[in-house]
Design a protein around this ligand. Sequence first.
Ligand SMILES: NC(=O)c1ccc[n+]([C@@H]2O[C@H](COP(=O)([O-])OP(=O)(O)OC[C@H]3O[C@@H](n4cnc5c(N)ncnc54)[C@H](OP(=O)(O)O)[C@@H]3O)[C@@H](O)[C@H]2O)c1
Length: 279
Amino acid sequence: MSKVQIVTGGTSGMGKATAKAISKYGPVVIAGRSLERMQGALDELRADGVEVYGIACDISDIESVKNLAVEASKIGEIGNVVNAAAVAMETSTPEQIARIDVQGTVNVVETFLPLMAEGSAMGLFSSTTGRMYQPTPEQHALYAESFGQDFGDRFLAALPQGMDSADERIAQMPPSYVAYFAAKNWVMYYAAANASRFGARGLRIFSVAPGSFVTPMLPIDEGFRAMTSAQTALGRLGDPDEMASLFAALLDPSVAYLTGTDVLMDGGMFAKQFVPQLA
Ligand SMILES: NC(=O)c1ccc[n+]([C@@H]2O[C@H](COP(=O)([O-])OP(=O)(O)OC[C@H]3O[C@@H](n4cnc5c(N)ncnc54)[C@H](OP(=O)(O)O)[C@@H]3O)[C@@H](O)[C@H]2O)c1
């Protein structure tokens, strides 16, 4: 029996592409803040034949996420959940990143974990930036306390002040970049740290780390495209549909032994940057 598929951030970019790809598992609910963006996504997905519903939600607000769950449950039993909602480091403050990318993720996990039908899975979005980030001992200690409505605030308070960081690259980054890198590093940890909790209920959880994909989140001009493409083994940016296909595959019951891990999809960027390539 098909279950309702939830995609936060399903109104744009990789979330929207994923909403379409996972519609084979059941009706899809896309959630986001902008009603205009949502209507555009609903029109596009419906034109593609997707059974899709839109529910306004701000994941940084726990009451809003609870409302999403209540409204989605009226459509049917909750199945897979994809948390694609996040804000960009280029256009957001560290406070917004802590509130949305971090606290919002906690809110989605805490709200939907008790509701998901056995055999379902939750997918989070991390990032290659998270893989490049080394948390400080203070941050790492905080990871073990990834719960509560004040977690975003505690996460923000524990961010290293750029100039204090031992990592030279981190020390040179603007504060919002440090916050985003740290948030995505935490997402990878958080998916792994939730594996047993989900497993005890017959559920899975994982994160996927995208490299650079062509979505509204990235400030893509010709210079950025050329520079970023050159950093990958494949010489190009990623297509949101490629990410959507990966999510659809990872949510498939046929890979039911995959949980508690981060899956990298970056066109070989990490390999090329950090592993000496054979001639
Ligand atoms: N694009 C990349 O190359 C890249 C690389 C690494 C990781 N990622 C990660 O991949 C995920 C998807 O990114 P994308 O590039 O597809 O992003 P995008 O096109 O900018 O879409 C972001 C989505 O999140 C929603 N959103 C933002 N804040 C929200 C909130 N507080 N509550 C609910 N929804 C919210 C947005 O809608 P509203 O603004 O209307 O709410 C939008 O639907 C994100 O987690 C991002 O960090 C992206």
